[in-house]
Design a binder for this molecule. Sequence first.
Ligand code: GLU
Length: 515
Amino acid sequence: MGAYLCSMSKVRVRFAPSPTGGLHLGGVRTVLYNYLFAKKNGGDFIVRIEDTDQTRFVEGAEDYIFNCLKWCGMQPDESPLHGGPFAPYRQSERKALYKKYAEQLINDGFAYYAFDTPEELEKMRQDFKTAANPSPQYDGNVRMKMRNSLTLLPEEVEKLLAENTRHVIRIKMPANETISFTDMIHHEVSFDSSLVDDKVLLKADGMPTYHLAVVVDDYLMKITHAFRGEEWLSSAPVHVLLWKYLFGLENMPQWAHLPLIMGPSGKLSKRDGAKYGFPVFAMNWTDPKTNELTEGFKERGFLPEAFVNLLAVLGWNDGTEQELYSMEELVECFSMDRVHAAGAKFDFEKAKWFNQEWIKKSGVESYRLIVKEIFETKGVSINDDVYFTKVLDLVKERCTLLTDFYTQAAFFYAAPSLYDEASVKPKWDNDKKDFFKALISRYSNLAEWGGGAPENEFKNLATEKNIKIGELQMIFRIMLVGSKMGPGVFVIAETMGSAETINRIEKAINVFSQF
Ligand code: GLU
């Protein structure tokens, strides 16, 4: 990585999402690698909203992106929300700025006006269609047969422009040129310019396309490193040429095209989530047009620390066996040269393992409020936070998702209404009934409830009555919990308190006697 930094000014990276919908975990990983690289190198992390394609604009998507970044703990240094010296950071608000660059390209002979109507474009696709080339593009093979400033007389072009005839500006891709650059992950990458089409740079509505805007803004915002998904690799030759034509390649960012994230069957997609039952977005996303809800990791019960951790190691490792990293540790260890070039396979079981580890590792305090909300949505009101914290601490080893806390600990808040009859019935007899009746009176007379007292009393009574402790304990657990799950039964009893324990024993004796 050192090589990529020498003679560089301050590191500046950008995450440049288009606000078109929810944030896929691949998108969050792109943000994360940008963020880690910036923080590791004392640089700036910029969020730029690429909203020049107004037809794809989706209401609420930008707020959603910022909420996801906040949840993951990645605070931008500059963004439309946080401001900064290169504002505005929303491309639609920078519209006026791009035209002059497009015109500069025309004046220098690297771009041209194209006046073709949708019908003419369709005709071209039909006319040039062959078996070998079923979807012909607007490129070096066809451009001289179309209506553009390369084929029309200068006076005609002047006239069409003066009449405000609908037109776009296209890049004139050179023929037979090898366009090469060094990618931080893929190393030397080369493209044959003849295979790339004459991409539109400025659209009929005066908005730049992504290709022009990304280059102009990376230049104006002094971006030093551009990390993005591998799906953009095929656009890189256009961007490299634009850098060359507009800025003489001076200060072109170092590119890194991050490998795809693979799902169970090919590239991980939103549809995989629904198909295989795991979240694919960072947070819940409801499409405002269709009302379709796509589940998020947050709502599934993931801790942001775990989500960040699992994404970081999806395609990167630091060369050791270490798997658990906090954000601070990641900033410390991260380097682009240890990002793998091959696609990384997403495994939901492994993702859950990360969450489980983070639940164990984190103090209950860091997720108490989220879990409290889960309990309250289920109709359990939490009035005593000290008790709640104690309860969560007792079961946290058993939870994989934050939602598991409810399953594991709801019994602390309500006596069971159903009991594991199949386990109790074969073991329940008059001796056991007498034992528990006696236990109630022993427990009622205990001077102190805690420090192991309920357990000692229980065991002493079992010895006196000569009944096997194992069976009694199992029954006792079902009396308190309803089933065989949960932490140590005496810890449960101590935590619940003597009154609640005694109530539950009494209730259960009645129920068990009916079995
Ligand atoms: N706006 C592009 C996107 O939606 C950004 C690609 C890039 O980072 O250059 O992903």
